[in-house]
Design a protein around this ligand. Structure first.
Ligand code: SF4
Length: 222
């Protein structure tokens, strides 16, 4: 269990799932290079980040830019969209609405589904935050991909939950120790927004800060 001030950005889950060094460069060294992939992704998120947006579609209520926190995992963040789906049991009561409603997180991504699980762990982490905040079970969420314009269902199962718990623990282990793992060149490096900072071909360097003309942020980004 973590104090709220000890919590780390939920988005770190996707970064550490992709590459622990990328997580450290972004969230510990606060370095960020914007490439076409991250720019498009941010533009897409901007269109959903309206905290006043609220929409009802039949038995589904749609809320946007929903704040999230889990002191068990030690993470906080914002969900692009949380749908509340009417249900007979196992949901929550909502002010001004009859019946019970089950939360269903939906994360928006540019591009296509990935080979790895970085997007799925992000949705699972959101679901686990909602469970802790609302006291209900969340068994499913979804990813929406801009390239395919399709949703992909994410089952919030035991294996994925265990993966999120492990990754959240690793985030805190690296962050608390101020550890930036050394580069490890893989195929993933080709699509990595931090490849120019990381220089994955140089295996011995542990910290890259100050090497290139990169932006240094006051706060790690979502
Ligand atoms: S370039 Fe490769 S090793 Fe470096 S942060 Fe990106 S994915 Fe990780």
């Amino acid at each position: 269990m973590y104090l709220e001030e000890e919590c780390l950005p939920l988005s770190g889950i996707q970064h550490i799932a992709f590459c622990p060094r990328q997580f450290a460069l972004i969230h510990i060294e606060c370095q960020w290079l914007e490439n076409a992939l991250t720019f498009d992704g941010r533009t897409m998120h901007d269109s959903t980040d309206d905290p006043f947006s609220y929409e009802a579609r039949g038995t589904v209520l749609i809320t946007r830019a929903v704040p999230l926190v889990s002191t068990k995992l030690g993470i906080y963040g914002v969900a692009d969209v949380v749908e509340f789906r009417k249900c007979d049991f196992g949901g929550v009561s909502l002010e001004g609405r009859e019946g019970l409603w089950r939360p269903y997180p939906v994360e928006y991504k540019r591009g296509r589904p990935k080979q790895d699980d970085r997007d799925a762990v992000q949705v699972c982490a959101q679901a686990m935050c909602l469970e802790e905040m609302l006291g209900v079970r969340v068994d499913e969420g979804a990813l929406f991909y801009g390239k395919t314009r399709r949703r992909q269902v994410v089952k919030i199962g035991a294996e994925l939950r265990a993966r999120v718990e492990y990754l959240a623990g690793e985030m805190h282990r690296l962050y608390d120790g101020g550890v930036t793992p050394p580069p490890h060149k893989t195929a993933a490096c080709e699509s990595c927004s931090l490849a120019e900072v990381c220089l994955p071909g140089i295996a011995s360097r542990r910290s890259s800060k100050g090497y290139l003309g990169v932006s240094t942020l006051e706060e790690p980004r979502k």
